[in-house]
Design a protein around this ligand. Structure first.
Ligand code: G4P
Length: 288
């Protein structure tokens, strides 16, 4: 299968970020905790250089807890501030304010020396489509937030969300497009649902995913589908056959409906029903 990306508005999105970056003190980058590297676009490092940087491992509830810790250590070693969050439930969001202060301490100190008091840190939220940017902005800003409206020096129509007297967020997140450095990256983006499913061959995708799960999350996979472990000879095809039986995926005439079973496995994975699963690890750490 050849993974492709059809970025309709890629240039527009990049231009929007280039225009805005000069107004920003802090770049808050959301990545998917299940694929923290494959869900990044390295262009952000160039675009956000000289800015304070905070990486949020979002959807951490769907990722392996141990792997989340390994990724936090990895990004910290690269010099980023980093936190794991669940934008949907709001878990982990409380720690952000303190970390923003820490990440922007040089700017705050510079302002203080120049006699500028109470100038809030201005931040932009960036990330690839579907990583949770809107969910994050909504939960983080909450109901109490107020749009501060246009300000001098800000392009007309741009809105800032004032979270408190120390922090303002640009209300439009910056969309980055995933970078396909390899088919491997494309495949992982497809697993998590960041590509249009219509162009994907579900059965092939599910087989590849199942092969990975058999290797790294065997217990969780077999438990989900109430399957006996028959040792090494257990193949992805056998798992799909079992899912057809277990979930009654049949076409007319009792013929197994592999396509349906495949969609079911992929959907179970995406929604966390198989378990908390991480699809890539930093080089320094390995899955059991
Ligand atoms: P975007 O702006 O970056 O494109 O992403 P958006 O906020 O629209 O979120 C994409 C999907 O990811 C949404 O699901 C959202 O609920 C889900 N999501 C965001 N953050 C988290 C998280 O931390 N954990 C989990 N488990 N899910 C998260 P959806 O299927 O489009 O909508 P819904 O079914 O949640 O209503």
């Amino acid at each position: 299968m050849n993974y492709q990306w059809y970025p309709g508005h890629m240039t527009k999105a990049k231009r929007m970020m280039q225009e805005n970056i000069c107004l920003i003190d802090l770049v808050i980058e959301l990545v998917d905790a299940r694929i923290p590297l494959s869900s990044r676009n390295p262009d952000i490092d160039e675009l956000g250089k000289n800015k304070s940087r905070l990486i949020l491992l979002n959807k951490s509830d769907l990722a392996d807890a141990g792997a989340n810790q390994a990724w936090i250590a990895y990004f910290q070693r690269q010099g980023f501030y980093v936190l794991e969050i669940n934008a949907k439930t709001g878990q982990g969001l409380k720690a952000i304010q303190g970390m923003v202060k820490e990440a922007c301490k040089d700017k705050i100190e510079r302002d203080r020396k120049r006699g500028i008091k109470n100038r809030p840190v201005r931040a932009i939220v960036v990330g690839i489509p579907n990583v949770g940017k809107s969910t994050f902005i909504n939960s983080f800003a909450g109901k109490a937030c107020a749009k501060t409206g246009n300000k001098p020096g800000v392009t007309k129509g741009k809105q800032w969300i004032r979270l408190n007297k120390e922090l303002e967020l640009l209300d439009t997140p910056g969309i980055l497009w995933p970078k396909f450095e390899s088919q491997e990256v494309g495949r992982k983006l497809a697993y998590i649902g960041s590509m249009n499913d219509e162009i994907l061959q579900m059965t092939e995708l599910a087989m590849d995913l199942t092969a990975y799960l058999l290797e790294h999350y065997r217990g969780e996979l077999l438990e989900r589908y109430q399957m006996e472990d028959c040792g090494e000879k257990l193949t992805p095809v056998m798992v799909l056959e079992h899912v057809c039986e277990n979930r009654k995926c049949y076409k007319k005439g009792q013929e197994p409906d592999y396509e349906k079973a495949a969609a079911l496995v992929v959907d179970d994975f995406r929604s966390g029903r198989i378990g908390r699963i991480t699809l890539e690890m930093p080089e320094s750490a390995r899955l059991d």
